[in-house]
Write a protein that binds this ligand. Sequence first.
Ligand SMILES: [Zn+2]
Length: 423
Amino acid sequence: MPDAPDPTPSLDAPPRPAAERPKEVFRIVARAEEDGHRARAGVLTTAHGEIRTPGFVPLATKATVRGMLPSEIRDLGYDIVLGNTFHLMLSPGAEHIKERGGLHEFMGWDGPIITDSGGFQVFSMGHGTVADEIKGRTKGKGLRGHGRIDAIEEQGVRFRSHIDGSKQLLSPERSMEVQAALGTDLAVVFDECTPFNVDREYTARSTERTHRWLERCLTFHEQHAPDWQLVYGIVQGGVYQDLRVEATELVASSRVDAVAIGGSLGEHKDQMNEVVGWATAALGGAHERKPRHLLGIGEIDDLVRGVEQGIDTFDCAMPTRLGRHGMALVPDPDKRWRVDLNQARWKTSDEPICEGCPCPACAHGFTRAYLRYLVHTKELLGMRLLTQHNLAFVSRVMQRLRQSIIDGRLTEEAAAIRGGIMP
Ligand SMILES: [Zn+2]
């Protein structure tokens, strides 16, 4: 039987306005520069709406923030989500999503979406392999399933899909092509995510390749992507100050709309803060109006420090992943801001996760005893409630940081958050 014809569009449904390139991408509304801070509060404008900064970006890796409705993400105070180029190109496929109207339409989220480049995922499939290649050792076997890297070439990375073993190429052009097909608001250029345990020589060579790939990404994007899709360049350079500063200058001076800081940020938090500080210092002056994203960082103390250093947006799996594993965020800096509801000690606890928290789990009065039971029996509701709570917690921290920059009291507010004070 032939397919039924499309129903006539309803007259009361206004046509969706065509996406437009914003006239002003990033507007700084306030700064906090006391105590050596470089913090700013701003508004990042995209074709699908505004993002208040500093802000956190929840992960919708496979076109869903797991277990959450788009409206729930919005209600928790989020303006934007992050989709994953690597995963979506393998399943269900970028062209498949394009045929369904693009990623916004496909997943029912009409706000801004950023996609990463896939660089981090493809390289983390074989970090051993990357270092091995340079050091002339035999190839590694990859980490999971039959997904593995076959070759890292100037053209791109050849790998086998972990889903069906099919041969794939992820290159600067392919990554930008996928992101253009997904129709996301913010695309990220394809880079080589420099592994942690490599030396300066490797890092320098890898960073140079990332810069050649940056140029190819921008050229492809200018020719094929919608003009309203904004582009983040990625700063690599490992833990070497001269390489980081050089990379920051080069990326920020290129034709990118915004700058993301990626790659190995060091062994411990002090080193990470130092590395991020090199980059944000180099992003002052002429580059100041370019929004800055810190890739893959999201622990509470890292968010506070990052904001002080002048980072505008962050993404991280932490709040949602912890939630699915029975861990809840709480204002307890000594316990890494978390409580493990898998533990039997909560079996008879009448406490909520967090007194005064407005999230559905706490506001409804669910006890730790009940949540512990849900987590223990792997009930879906437990994962959902803890995901909501954790996202609400991070959202409140970001809102406090943003407001305190606007009100000129960042130092005080940052100290309160670090001290575990949640109003
Ligand atoms: Zn809560």
